[in-house]
Design a protein around this ligand. Structure first.
Ligand code: GAP
Length: 474
């Protein structure tokens, strides 16, 4: 395959984000939620391409953790079982977890503009004078900071009083803790083992911002990994490295991805005495001076959560370790990743501008993640080409994954549409196909083409989908 000759004029910072948001809307990845009513701040809808990309990312996480879990530090495959818990649980869950008392951000109000801001994030434009930041315009009148609980409250049942309060879950983790005994009783898992869950979380963020990065409804992918207390440090190191490598496997590598250990004063209450917490961080275009922002946190939670649930529910949750002949509450290592944020990182990493192309914008996404695996084009709408294209399209759709048949516009415009959608390959049926049965395969990332036999298209695509992604070899 020829090497790429990209002539790039890719913007940076907020100009780059504007381009990415526009592409996501234009191509049906992400729309502002309830847009025809003016939208709702902090909520987003995933369109036809966005939902495919999101599902592919989630499936890859599930595949690499639940279906084919990683090999542990001792060389043995580890056990991780999946769960899908209710979004609303008993309100006592959130008292036990500490969320009712402490899941809050500091908030300030401005009496002049009536805006409400996170006290630690007032580096945003003042609504009255956007050229200045909040607090720096002479009319700003900020109140003292006070705690604002981020959980969304609702009522369960017909009564709307304190007896019916419940919360939308702010994390999926607690369902896996309060079901710990159910999982032990119904499976053959033995410590060390994990429970994994992917699903929605809700946080009434004071200032949702940066597109889908900080939203009020989002999806997360969490693992609670239960270990013997004396082995916790070793397992923490294991997950720290394993999770970083997983993000690398998506093509987020090198200068844009890093692993950062928390400073002692950043550690969450449960991790303080226990010893460890780190973040996998990505250099988003809006990461600003800090350069990087969080994609996933890997925390050593000790046995804080299980202890709390024992205390608040009165139910024993300890584990009997037959090998050690010992009862104990296992300690937990928690890799907690953002699916929504991961999707944004994949889009930011893949977005590129190649000025040598008539339509320069493209998304270089791993073929396994790409929403459409192949575009199938009859060069012209006659001479038997549409019929051959139709057959290839059906084969790809049934045996590989989503494909798109496109017969409209010039071939260049059809390629450009697919480049923007992140489609890694386009298959074109032309005059030669009828003579020798070959079709052209055009590579999204290089624009180069080769001919393969039409009977080889499915095998070719399957092979490409299974390959490691090597961003350096685009
Ligand atoms: N159970 C641990 C936990 O909830 P967290 O760091 O608060 O940890 C996990 O959340 C991940 O969820 C984060 O690393 C981030 O990727 C994602 N996340 C958190 N808040 C978010 C928000 N408002 N919008 C989008 N993603 C968010």
């Amino acid at each position: 395959m020829a090497t790429e000759t990209t002539m790039t004029n890719k913007p940076t910072g907020s100009a780059l984000m504007e381009k990415i948001v526009a592409l996501c809307k234009r191509r049906g990845f992400i729309f502002p939620s309830s847009e025809i009513y003016g939208g709702l701040n902090g909520f987003w809808d995933f369109g036809p391409l966005g939902v495919e990309l999101k599902n592919n990312l989630r499936d890859w996480w599930w595949e690499s953790n639940v279906r084919k879990p990683p090999t542990g530090p001792d060389g043995h495959e580890i056990d991780i079982v999946g769960m899908d818990c209710a979004i609303i649980s008993h309100p006592k869950v959130w008292e036990a977890s500490g969320h009712v008392a402490g899941f809050a951000d500091p908030m300030v109000d401005c009496k002049a503009c009536r805006g409400r801001f996170r006290a630690d994030q007032i580096d945003v434009p003042c609504p009255l004078k956007p050229s200045k930041t909040v607090g720096n315009f002479e009319k700003c009148e900020l109140t003292e900071a006070r705690a604002f609980n981020l959980m969304f409250k609702t009522n369960v049942g017909a009564l709307e009083d304190a007896s019916s309060y419940a919360y939308l879950r702010p994390e999926t983790a607690q369902g896996m803790f309060y079901n710990f005994k159910n999982v032990l009783d119904t499976t053959r898992v033995k410590v060390p083992f994990g429970i994994a869950q992917c699903g929605k979380g809700f946080r009434n963020e004071i200032t949702p911002r940066n597109f889908i990065f900080r939203s009020r409804e989002f999806e997360m992918m969490e693992i609670e990994f239960f270990v013997h207390p004396t082995e916790a440090t070793e397992w923490y190191q294991f997950w720290r490295n394993t999770r970083y490598n997983w993000w690398c496997s998506l093509g987020l590598q090198g200068k844009n991805l890093r692993l950062r250990d928390h400073d002692p004063d950043e550690l969450a209450h449960y991790a303080k005495d226990a010893g460890g917490c780190c973040d996998v961080e990505y250099a988003f275009p809006f990461s600003g001076e800090k350069g990087f922002t969080e994609l996933e946190g890997i925390a050593y939670r000790s046995n804080f959560d299980l202890t709390q649930h024992v205390k608040c529910s009165g139910v024993k949750l300890d584990y009997f370790d037959t090998k050690r002949n010992e009862h104990y509450l296992p300690h937990v290592i928690e890799p907690a990743a953002g699916l929504t944020r991961g999707l944004l990182a994949v889009i930011c990493e893949g977005y590129d501008v190649d000025e040598s192309r008539p339509s320069p914008e493209l998304l270089r996404i791993h073929p396994r993640l790409a929403p459409i695996k192949a575009g199938i084009f009859p060069l012209v709408n006659k001479d038997g080409m549409p019929e051959i294209a139709e057959k290839i399209y059906k084969d790809v759709r049934n045996q590989v994954g989503p494909a798109q048949m496109d017969e409209k516009q010039s071939i260049g415009k059809r390629y450009a549409r697919m480049d923007e959608a992140g489609t890694p390959f386009c298959i074109t049926i032309d005059g030669q196909t009828r003579e020798d049965g070959t079709v052209t395969v055009r590579y999204r990332d290089t624009g180069t083409q080769e001919r393969i036999h039409q009977d080889q298209v499915v095998t070719f695509l399957r092979q490409k989908l299974s390959e490691e992604f090597r961003p350096g070899a685009r």
